[in-house]
Design a protein around this ligand. Structure first.
Ligand SMILES: Nc1ncnc2c1ncn2[C@@H]1O[C@H](COP(=O)(O)OP(=O)(O)OP(=O)(O)O)[C@@H](O)[C@H]1O
Ligand SMILES: [Mg+2]
Length: 267
């Protein structure tokens, strides 16, 4: 935590409020957090608490009613998604079904390179193949998404984001549709990327254990609001209120207790 607290603020989220037009409930109520350069921040909260709403606002897919976003100190609150240098990986992968794995990964990168005259198609294809190799799915380059498992599709979605060299990668419950073993593999893939590229990551989950295993800091949300932001050990040792204690700490304890019971029986 010391290195993080001394490093730069990458994304400053300041006083974000959001209410959907057709909905009486407030989706986000004065949400503020500074995400540090290279940090892995999880957003942990139950269904409907506003996690996806916040991610969509960060990505520029949705406008807040009020509040500001600063990326490297620059106000990006009104910037279109393409101008934000953020990559987003969704739960449902959102791959192009009519394109091969390789085409999925190169498509946006090629358009960007053409616009910016920054790389040739060959260079982008080579970079895509390198990423597919690093993510362990090079053998699937010529296949279509329908032929892939959920874990493989998620790796394609990650490669497609990574090739654009985003400043921040945003993940919206990328593991929630996967079986336990594949989820664990995906964790390693994501943490390896973070270690290799130093990418700042914001990771949505409703899984306490996942948040604790992966994060530098966890932002715990209750309906529309932040309950606590802290390192895993800060949250366990000093939950901010009864909600954090029951939703996070007690839930984790219950899982550990079941595991211990199971181990006790099998010994
Ligand atoms: N397009 C929309 N129109 C109206 N209300 C919406 C819309 N999208 C979300 N909401 C409401 O805003 C609140 C926050 O929703 P959001 O999708 O951000 O929650 P979430 O934490 O991502 O939940 P989940 O874990 O189920 O994905 C909820 O009350 C939801 O019903
Ligand atoms: Mg959501």
């Amino acid at each position: 935590m010391d290195t993080l607290s001394m490093s730069n603020c990458k994304l400053s989220i300041q006083g974000i409020n959001k209410q959907y037009k057709n909905n009486k409930a407030i989706a986000l109520d004065n949400v503020s957090v500074d995400v540090m350069e290279g940090e892995f921040l999880s957003i942990l909260g139950p269904s409907g608490c506003g996690k996806t709403t916040l991610l969509r606002i960060i990505a520029g897919l949705l406008q807040p009613d009020s509040g500001k976003l600063l990326l490297d100190g620059k106000d990006i609150t009104d910037a279109p998604p393409a101008k934000r240098s953020l990559g987003i990986v969704f739960q449902n992968y959102a791959l192009f079904e009519n394109m091969t794995v390789l085409e999925n990964v190169t498509y946006a990168a090629y358009l960007k390179a053409k616009r910016e005259k920054s790389a040739t198609k060959e260079e982008i294809t080579a970079r895509a193949m390198e990423l597919l190799r690093e993510l362990g799915i090079a053998d699937y380059a010529k296949k279509y998404p329908a032929a892939l498992s959920g874990g493989q599709m998620q790796r394609v979605a990650i490669a497609r984001t990574l090739i654009l060299n985003p400043d921040i990668m945003l993940f919206d419950e990328p593991a929630s549709a996967l079986d336990v073993a594949t989820r664990l593999q995906l964790r390693t893939v994501i943490k390896d990327i973070q270690a290799k590229f130093g990418t700042t990551m914001i990771y949505i989950t409703h899984d306490q254990e996942e948040a604790f295993a992966m994060s530098d800091r966890i932002m715990v949300m209750e309906t529309a609001k932040i309950s606590q932001i802290g390192t895993p050990s800060e949250i366990v040792s000093a939950p901010a209120n009864d909600y954090v204690k029951s939703f996070v700490v007690d839930n984790l304890q219950t899982k550990i207790d079941s595991l211990n019971r199971a181990l006790g029986k099998s010994v």
